[in-house]
Design a protein. Structure first.
Length: 328
């Protein structure tokens, strides 16, 4: 999204003032209704944290009450299927991520939804960068240490992921391909269980969101080896990027987007977009997002978000086909 577009949108929001809040309340908060925000991962993961931040802050703008409903499984696809079958009356939305929308439909033999037909995009909320971590007992201080060990002991190391088809899975497959190493993939239902096993020494590595790994790195229970971003993260400035360590152009990041079921009234989608904008464009929320390792990024409109979703679906479909990963 171009910065100029974000700036113009912020000015429009500021000029509109309470008018937008009134529109949001009229469209969303009728009678103090309850709105469910579905999340395709367990509590405590970055997506869940952002969803709970929305649930906490949106009532002041819309007058509605929000609850977070965690439905983990199949890298977010089970939750997407639930959203696709939900009523299009504004009572259910989902904070989803890139994998559930753009990679899982290409990777699994079948998923219970059509990414291009079953949803109305509200807008992007931000990006979640990933960091590669290892158990400290392995003694790795850099990616070079990891690659040397993996080449000397092929198939001995293991890596956890948030599930088949997630960024933590596909990006690690790309890293292994480029490094020319064999590391066994161990999928989990979310980053929490996987990182728990890495901390316990039962799994060697994990490529997971900065938000999820930061507490373990800070406490010394995990060693951060590289960030999957072009520049170092402000959350972990001491951690070199994977690019810095010889993997030019390598990135590992996922985006977050708010969706409604297809058929949701366009005025309701627009008012939700405005309400979320008012909520997210505050110093408090911006600081909290960055504190958990998220990088705020916003769509200029729901129409732009829908277009972005289609572009990502096509591009990641090509990436999945190149990876050769296919699941039943």
């Amino acid at each position: 999204m171009k910065q100029a577009g974000i700036t113009r949108r912020s000015m429009v929001l500021a000029a509109a003032g309470t008018g937008i809040g009134s529109l949001a309340q009229a469209q969303i908060g009728k009678g103090g209704r309850v709105v469910k925000i579905i999340v395709g991962f367990p509590p405590g993961q970055a997506t869940d944290i952002v969803a709970r931040l929305l649930a906490d802050k949106l009532p002041a703008v819309t007058g509605a009450n929000y609850i977070v409903d965690n439905r983990p499984g199949q890298g977010g696809s089970l939750a997407m299927g639930m959203l696709a079958k939900s009523s299009a009356d504004g009572s259910v939305m989902m904070l989803t991520h890139m994998s559930a929308v753009a990679t899982n439909p290409h990777m699994y033999k079948s998923v219970p939804y059509d990414s291009l037909k079953d949803f109305e995009a509200v807008g992007l909320l931000g990006d979640l960068p990933f960091v590669l971590v290892s158990h400290p007992s392995l003694g790795f201080s850099s990616l070079q240490d990891l690659v040397r060990h993996a080449k000397a002991h092929p198939g001995q190391l293991t890596h956890a992921s948030s599930g088949n088809g997630t960024v933590s899975h596909l990006a690690m497959e790309e890293f292994k391909r480029r490094a020319g190493v064999e590391i066994l993939h161990v999928p989990y239902k979310g980053s929490g269980p996987g990182l728990t096993d890495v901390v316990a020494g039962q799994v060697s590595l994990a490529l997971e969101t900065a938000a999820a790994v930061q507490p373990f790195v800070q406490s010394g229970r995990l060693k951060a080896l590289g960030a999957g971003t072009p520049q170092r993260l402000s959350l972990m400035p001491e951690v070199p990027t994977i690019v810095e360590q010889g993997f030019a152009g390598f990135t590992a990041s996922t985006w977050l987007m708010l969706l409604y079921p297809a058929g949701t009234d366009r005025q309701l989608v627009a008012s939700t977009f405005d309400a979320v904008g008012r909520t997210m464009h505050t110093a408090e929320v911006d600081a909290r997002m960055r504190q958990i390792g998220a990088i705020p990024r916003f769509s200029a409109s729901p129409a732009e978000a829908n277009g972005y979703m289609r572009t990502e679906f096509a591009q990641w479909g090509e990436a999945v086909r190149r990876s050769g990963v296919r699941l039943d």
